[in-house]
Design a protein around this ligand. Structure first.
Ligand code: RIB
Length: 299
């Protein structure tokens, strides 16, 4: 069983030929809305990967709430831990450029009402060996409480330290498994930019400090990780990216579900990397999360 404590957003997405510079206006091509939010995306990805998933978070009392949660309902994610808040459902304003890269501004809204009490309540029903998956789009106090409570119960904790926040490094150190992209990992490693060799040295150093499993996603270059003293690498697929929104979340959800489902670490990394690649080939966060059959066929 995987519990995801995290954000639920309505993504408001415009496509543009190229991303604007500060102060510049560019003409857009299309506008769409799609279910998103790092927590919700990871929950849906884990469920599609084959896990039984429970979502814990908050939505507002507004029309976006139903749209933002629809795909999780259809996929049979357990939504009983999603509360209704007086604040509006979280939104993310997203620009997707011609090369698939993006810019995102998130307005937390109801996500900001997820509390330490919610975190304690969500972990109180978990048992040893269950998985807790968190990110940093809900208040840091709630994430902190959830990680501490989970550790005390023998729950396996996975944190995706995205988006970067003031306490990202501190919270990252509290989980059994930390997933970061290159930039996020540089923060964990002390804040300097790192070349490939320096990244490996930093992975070894951090791992030696606390034995944590650390996974760094590298976009088209796949993923590098350290676990139980061993370095691991995995590749995704060679693809032409259409839209990278949600690809990292797809990786996190597929990885947690694959490990929880009993796959060896290397195979879980590869499956997650392939799922993340496939997510880049379609538009939208949740609409682009691939089905397990397609991921397993691509492997
Ligand atoms: O990681 C992608 C997600 O980040 C989007 O779905 C958006 O909601 C933002 O939270």
């Amino acid at each position: 069983m995987i519990t995801v404590l995290g954000s639920i957003n309505m993504d408001l997405v415009a496509t543009v030929s190229r991303l604007p510079k500060p102060g510049e206006t560019v003409t857009g091509h299309t506008f769409t809305t799609a279910a998103g939010g790092k927590g919700a995306n990871q929950a849906l990805a884990a469920q599609r990967a084959g896990a039984q998933v429970r979502m814990v978070g908050a939505v507002g009392d507004d029309p976006f709430a139903a749209q933002a949660t629809a795909m999780m309902h259809v996929a049979a994610v357990d939504m009983r831990g999603v509360k209704n808040s007086p604040s509006p459902t979280g939104t993310a304003v997203i620009l997707v450029g011609g090369d698939g890269e993006n810019m995102i501004a998130v307005v937390p809204g109801a996500n900001g009402t997820v509390s330490s009490e919610d975190a304690r309540a969500c972990v109180s029903t978990m048992k040893k060996g269950d998985y807790l998956l968190v990110q940093l789009e809900t208040p840091e106090e709630a994430v902190d409480t959830a990680l501490d409570a989970a550790r005390a119960r023998g729950v396996i904790t996975v944190i995706n330290i995205a988006p970067l926040t003031a306490r990202a490094a501190e919270l990252g150190r509290k989980a059994d498994i930390v997933i970061a992209n290159e930039t996020e990992f540089e923060l964990l490693a002390g804040g300097k930019s790192l070349n490939a060799d320096e990244r490996i040295a930093a992975l070894k150093r951090l791992h030696a400090e606390n034995g944590q499993t650390i996974i760094v996603t590298l976009g088209a270059e796949g993923v590098v990780a350290i676990r139980e003293g061993q370095l691991h690498r995995a590749q995704g697929l060679k693809i032409e990216p259409v839209d990278t929104v949600g690809a990292g979340d797809t990786f996190c959800g597929y990885f947690a579900a694959s490990l929880e489902g009993g796959l060896p670490f290397d195979k879980a990394l590869r499956r997650a990397a392939v799922a993340g690649s496939l997510a880049c080939t379609k538009a939208g966060a949740q609409p682009s999360i691939p089905l397990a059959a397609d991921v397993d066929a691509a492997i």
